[in-house]
Design a protein around this ligand. Structure first.
Ligand SMILES: *[C@@H]1O[C@H](CO)[C@@H](O)[C@H](O)[C@H]1NC(C)=O
Ligand SMILES: *[C@@H]1O[C@H](CO)[C@@H](O)[C@H](O)[C@H]1NC(C)=O
Ligand SMILES: *[C@@H]1O[C@H](CO)[C@@H](O)[C@H](O)[C@H]1NC(C)=O
Ligand SMILES: *[C@@H]1O[C@H](CO)[C@@H](O)[C@H](O)[C@H]1NC(C)=O
Length: 351
């Protein structure tokens, strides 16, 4: 199964790389970029919260230009790479072409918010109880409320709500959320009751129904270009591999449950895309690559598989040789590969 999809992904990756023109243009490809999600794209929104899901200390951020900011990786998240992308050897192959990373909602201020805000929060989920044993987090519903506040502020900056709505319709909206609804909810039956209430199939259905309402709320706030990410194989993360795999490469029952979610989410996104004629919604499967596929991809850039870095240990000397930076979170190089694929999907949102 895993290897069957390896070639197309590889080909896509190369195709995307080739299509990236090292451009001299300085204007970004979209005027504004808003991010909703969890630790995979959190730029430090949890730093002032009381939570275990907080990483504003080394070795996190060791390869990030601004140091430890609260990003759950050694370097950039996929949202960072999408915003500004520097190729190897300083060869600038721009993705969206912003001058700066999109600011965290916790600290965004002034005119910066016109170009976008990142609302993502480690531990957050589609469901509000998700991640609660970790402590405080900004749930997706709360992220949407924060976006509503941003809209009022943008309306003040631009003069009125009509101008704000026109502006918001030109922005790109990037969603990366749902993994915690599995790893910090459904698959922790000692703390959460969802697995005693729902079968994996039913759980995927209720999650996608709730996500549907949330995406419709975003549409009602003026969003017209929306990228919705499918989930990665959570059963392949080092933390979950610790459960044992019965001889498989990954924890298969977890990946199967997540696959049910992805299948339903893809259908939802197509429905939203078809029913809201003045908007485009795309489903991106960029996160959904197996470590075995990643190893194949990064072999191209001479990268070998290594055991993951373990939380709070000393950083490995060569981070680019690792897929995971801790029990759950990919390294900068993996985020770069995922973002490059996601960018290929995002291009379909442009007319
Ligand atoms: C909103 O502001 C824009 C730009 O300042 C202006 O052109 C437009 O007439 C205003 N619209 C309303 C309804 O006030
Ligand atoms: C499940 O847990 C939630 C709290 O997270 C609670 O509100 C709900 O009543 C519980 N449901 C059942 C069937 O135990
Ligand atoms: C291993 O197999 C047993 C028996 O089929 C099953 O109960 C258990 O959940 C499996 N464990 C994992 C991690 O897949
Ligand atoms: C989204 O809808 C547009 C029409 O508005 C259509 O051209 C496009 O193919 C749709 N995309 C997907 C992925 O369904």
């Amino acid at each position: 199964m895993a290897f069957a999809t390896q070639m197309p992904l590889f080909v896509l990756f190369l195709a995307v790389l080739i299509s990236l023109q090292p451009s001299a243009q300085s204007a970004p490809q979209v005027p504004c970029f808003f991010i909703f999600g969890d630790s995979l794209v959190d730029p430090g929104n949890n730093n002032q919260l009381t939570t275990l899901a907080k990483v504003n200390y080394l070795p996190y951020g060791i390869d990030f230009p601004l140091g430890p900011t609260g990003r759950f990786t050694n370097g950039r998240t996929t949202a960072d790479v999408l915003a500004i992308f520097y190729g190897n050897n300083g060869c600038a192959a721009e993705l969206l072409g912003f001058d700066n990373y999109i600011p965290p909602s916790a600290s965004a201020q002034g005119k910066d918010i016109i170009k976008g805000v990142n609302y993502a929060s480690g531990g957050a989920g589609i469901r509000s109880e998700t991640g609660q044993i970790l402590g405080e987090r900004i749930t997706l519903d709360e992220q949407l409320l924060n976006h509503k506040l941003t809209i009022s502020r943008i309306a003040n900056l631009l003069g009125n709500h009509t101008s704000a709505k026109d502006h918001l319709g030109t922005c790109l909206y990037y969603f990366v959320i749902g993994s915690n609804d599995y790893i910090n909810n459904y698959f922790l039956p000692q703390y959460y009751n969802t697995s005693s209430i729902y079968t994996p199939e039913e759980y995927a259905t209720v999650l996608v129904q709730q996500y549907s309402q949330q995406l419709k709320t975003l549409y009602s706030f003026g969003a017209r270009k929306v990228s919705v990410s499918g989930l990665g194989p959570v059963g392949c993360t080092p933390q979950e591999l610790g459960r044992g795999t019965n001889g498989s490469a990954c924890v298969d029952f977890m990946n199967k449950a997540v696959q049910l979610f992805n299948d339903k989410l893809k259908i939802l996104v197509e429905e939203l895309n078809n029913s809201f004629k003045d908007a485009k919604f795309i489903y991106s499967s960029a996160m959904d690559i197996r470590p075995s596929e990643l190893i194949a991809l990064v072999d191209v850039s001479i990268m070998r598989t290594k055991p993951p870095m373990i939380l709070r240990q000393k950083p490995c000397p060569v981070r680019a040789l690792h897929l995971f930076y801790d029990g759950f979170h990919p390294t900068d190089i993996v985020n770069k590969i995922i973002a490059t694929t996601a960018y290929g999907d995002i291009l379909k949102l442009s007319p």
